[in-house]
Design a protein around this ligand. Sequence first.
Ligand SMILES: NC(=O)c1ccc[n+]([C@@H]2O[C@H](COP(=O)([O-])OP(=O)(O)OC[C@H]3O[C@@H](n4cnc5c(N)ncnc54)[C@H](OP(=O)(O)O)[C@@H]3O)[C@@H](O)[C@H]2O)c1
Length: 230
Amino acid sequence: MGRRPYVLLSCAMSIDGYIDDATDERLLLSNDSDLDRVDAVRAEADAILVGAATVRRDDPRLLVRSPGHRQLRVARGLPPSPAKVTVTGSGDLDPAARFFTVGDADKIVYCGSAAWDKTRERLGHLAAVVDGGEPVDPARVLADLAGRGVGRLMVEGGAQVHAQFLAAGLADELHLVLAPFFVGDGRAPRFVGDGRFPWHPGRRARVAEVRQIDDVVLVRYALSDRCPAG
Ligand SMILES: NC(=O)c1ccc[n+]([C@@H]2O[C@H](COP(=O)([O-])OP(=O)(O)OC[C@H]3O[C@@H](n4cnc5c(N)ncnc54)[C@H](OP(=O)(O)O)[C@@H]3O)[C@@H](O)[C@H]2O)c1
């Protein structure tokens, strides 16, 4: 079997570790300069993965926004934006979501085995709907993506999806952005919930870079030897 894709996790959180608030509005944690940086990171990826709850709540486009980055990708023989990938157990995804309707990128839905048939029927004309196991197994997702030519995967959240890649030791790099405010509401989602993570007081992650970007701070953690230093 080929090497699994390089997995880069990207997340923005408040000082107190929240990745959203508990309102219906989308919480802006990042700033414009950092969103440009994220766009450049997206442009380097072959695929971008978010969980189904993020598709439902944020309705993200998951496109490379900068015309320059898009042109560079095309010049390298790549599509303008990476493939879009999501994970669902229920199959409860709206065919009108921007995940499916915006952009020409390939779309792949990794679905729990139990909901696979019905999801394929509903979404199969919009995306490749793949049986990912019950529940969907991140290692199986990576193996399938590798088979589709994905060498570099960016995982943009939310919390459940990040937690699974981290707990399974299937992450090479973490980009954590710290927004300069508190959310202070226990009903809001945090970066990751409880779990047994391979990085703990006895095995500390390596800091590859710390960078201030206007009013936020980016910390880049190297989580495997595949992540280059500096
Ligand atoms: N600050 C940031 O950087 C950032 C980035 C992204 C998202 N967010 C926020 O994160 C929140 C959403 O995070 P979340 O943790 O609730 O959800 P999530 O990770 O986006 O998605 C969770 C959903 O994904 C599916 N799923 C995940 N793992 C699965 C598995 N192994 N097998 C089958 N299905 C699986 C399930 O979908 P089904 O329910 O369909 O079964 C599950 O409900 C939102 O508030 C969003 O705004 C923040």
